[in-house]
Ligand binder design. Structure first.
Ligand code: G3P
Length: 249
C-alpha cells in the first residue's frame, strides 16, 4: 500500500494524498437507449456510461429490452442503468436479479418509493449496484444513501420545468452527502442544456447524464467556429503564397 508523501517547501509541509482519495473528474453518461447515439458518443472517447429508462426504451420501438441492454453494455465500457418496472419489493428484486444477469456493466435502476428503499438495501447486501431514480428532494436523497444506493438521480430539468430550483437540489444533496461522507454518487439527471452540465459540475455532482444532443452542444461556441474559419482561411492564403513564391523561384 502507498502512503502519503510529505514534502517541505521550507516554510510549511505539503501533503500529497493517496490516489484513491484524489478527486475524480465528473463522469459523462448519455441518457438514451439509441444504439447509434451511444456508439457515436463512445467514439468521442469521453463517455463513462449510459442511463436508460422505460420511456427511452419505448422510443426504440419493437426491441427486446434485455437484448437491447446487452447491446448497450457491449458498446460502452462503463455503468449502464436499466430500470425495473415492478413497484413492489418482490417484483423489483426479481427484475433486478434478471437485469443483473444480463451483463457486468448493468446498474439496476430503482424508483424512490417505499419498497424501492427496501430493495436498495437488499441489493446492496447482495453486492448488486443500484441507481435510485426519480429523486426530487434532499430527504429522498438522504433515504436512498442510507439504504446503500450506489447512485442517486436527482431530476433537475423536471424540477426547473415546474419553476422550481433543480440546481438548488443538487447543491443540497452535495452538502448532505459531504456532511456524512456518504459514498453514493450524485448523478445529475434530466439535464436539458450545457448550463445544467456546467452548474452541476460547479456544485460537485459526480456524474452528468444528458441527451446525446446536449453532449454535442457542450462543444458549441460561435467564437470557436469563427476562429477556426479564420485559421483555415489564413492557412490557405499562406499555402498559396508559398506556392506562388516557389513558382517564381
Ligand atoms: O433518465 C432519467 C432522466 O434523465 C429523464 O430526463 O428529460 O425525461 O426529464 P427527462
Amino acid at each position: 500500500m502507498d502512503f502519503p508523501q510529505v514534502f517541505s517547501d521550507g516554510e510549511s509541509y505539503i501533503f500529497v494524498l493517496f490516489d484513491q482519495f484524489a478527486c475524480t473528474a465528473m463522469q459523462f453518461f448519455v441518457d438514451t437507449a439509441d444504439l447509434d447515439e451511444i456508439r457515436e458518443a463512445n467514439d468521442m472517447g469521453v463517455l463513462d456510461g449510459v442511463t436508460t429508462n422505460p420511456s427511452l426504451v419505448k422510443d426504440e420501438g419493437n426491441v427486446d429490452f434485455h437484448e437491447h441492454v446487452f447491446k448497450i453494455c457491449e458498446i460502452v465500457d462503463g455503468d449502464v442503468s436499466a430500470e425495473v418496472t415492478a413497484t413492489d419489493f418482490d417484483g423489483m428484486m426479481e427484475e433486478a436479479h434478471q437485469l443483473h444477469q444480463i451483463h457486468g456493466n448493468v446498474v439496476v435502476k430503482i424508483p424512490l418509493i417505499k419498497d424501492g428503499i427496501k430493495a436498495l438495501r437488499a441489493l446492496d447486501e447482495e453486492g448488486i449496484e443500484t441507481n435510485c431514480t426519480l429523486c426530487f428532494s434532499p430527504t429522498q436523497a438522504l433515504l436512498a444513501a442510507k439504504a446503500g444506493a450506489d447512485y442517486i438521480s436527482p431530476f433537475l430539468g423536471r424540477i426547473d420545468d415546474i419553476s422550481s430550483d433543480g440546481m438548488g437540489l443538487i447543491e443540497e444533496i452535495v452538502q448532505i452527502y459531504d456532511n456524512y461522507a456518504f459514498d453514493t454518487d450524485i448523478l445529475a439527471a434530466s439535464i436539458r442544456h450545457p448550463t445544467h452540465v456546467k452548474r452541476a459540475a460547479l456544485a460537485g455532482a459526480d456524474v452528468a447524464t444528458m441527451p446525446f444532443e446536449t453532449l454535442l452542444n457542450l462543444l458549441d461556441h460561435p467564437l470557436t467556429d469563427r476562429g477556426l474559419e479564420r485559421f483555415l482561411d489564413d492557412w490557405q492564403d499562406y499555402k498559396e503564397a508559398r506556392k506562388a513564391e516557389a513558382g517564381l523561384a
